[in-house]
Design a protein around this ligand. Structure first.
Ligand code: NI
Length: 239
């Protein structure tokens, strides 16, 4: 009988010992894994690979021609304000005269305003005095409503005679990405065109007189912001 008790005791002791060894081994193994992983763990600043892209300063400028429009420009201004994005507007003198409060709002909200002539003419196809008048009348109107001096011009069709450029002292701003939004009038197509081509330093051409273009612009802002782009006004890209 005594022998039997001893045997039971031995079995139980062995069993307890096994459990204890298992516990010790597990905690040791855990410590070993943690220690061995330590040299490979990332520091706070490298933890997210997207962070470096955001700090990478890829810059792009959104530019809008032919406005202001009493409905779509306001919709765009609201969307840009919500997203904290500044853009550049090349306005037509005739439209400025019609909707001065929209131009004032653009300026007050920190956007850059440039000249796009008074009646959307091709400056190289009219007399120099008439062309000069197209520019100066528009400058005067914008300056009257915003109180700011105009520095930039986007000549319609991209043509600005050299003599006129010297005379007006305005910096011409063209573009590098043109989705022909006025022709396709389709939000998805415009978004696709821009997103497939855009790169650091690009100037995107859109028209804020079309709702499809305004909707596309806001989608582009959201997507490119996620991709690490920063939206700037043209004065930061053109010198
Ligand atoms: Ni135009």
């Amino acid at each position: 009988m005594k022998k039997n008790i001893n045997f039971h005791f031995l079995i139980i002791s062995l069993f307890v010992l096994l459990i204890m060894m298992n516990i010790i081994w597990q905690s040791f193994a855990k410590q070993l894994i943690t220690t061995s992983m330590e040299p490979f763990s990332y520091g706070e600043h490298d933890a997210n690979p997207d962070t470096s892209e955001i700090n990478g300063k890829k810059r792009v400028a959104l530019t809008f021609d032919d406005g202001p429009h009493p409905v779509y420009t306001l919709k765009l201004l609201e969307g840009l304000k919500q997203r904290g994005v500044k853009a550049t507007f090349f306005v037509i003198g005739l439209n400025v005269k019609e909707y001065p409060e929209v131009v004032k709002q653009m300026s007050d909200e920190g956007h850059i305003i440039g000249n796009h002539t008074y009646s959307h003419v091709q400056l190289s196809c009219i007399s120099e005095s008439k062309a000069s008048e197209e520019i100066s009348m528009t400058n005067a109107l914008i300056e009257e409503y915003t109180g700011k001096k105009i520095q930039y011009i986007r000549p319609p069709y991209g043509s600005l005679p050299k003599s006129l450029q010297r005379e007006t002292d305005l910096i011409p701003v063209l573009w590098t990405v043109d989705p022909r939004d006025w022709s396709v009038l389709n939000t998805d197509a415009v978004v696709k065109h821009i997103l497939s081509r855009v790169k650091d330093g690009d100037i995107i051409l859109l028209h804020d007189i079309f709702e499809t273009s305004v909707d596309a612009a806001l989608i582009i802002v959201d997507q490119l912001t996620k991709e690490g782009y920063e939206f700037v006004t043209v004065d930061e890209l053109v010198h």
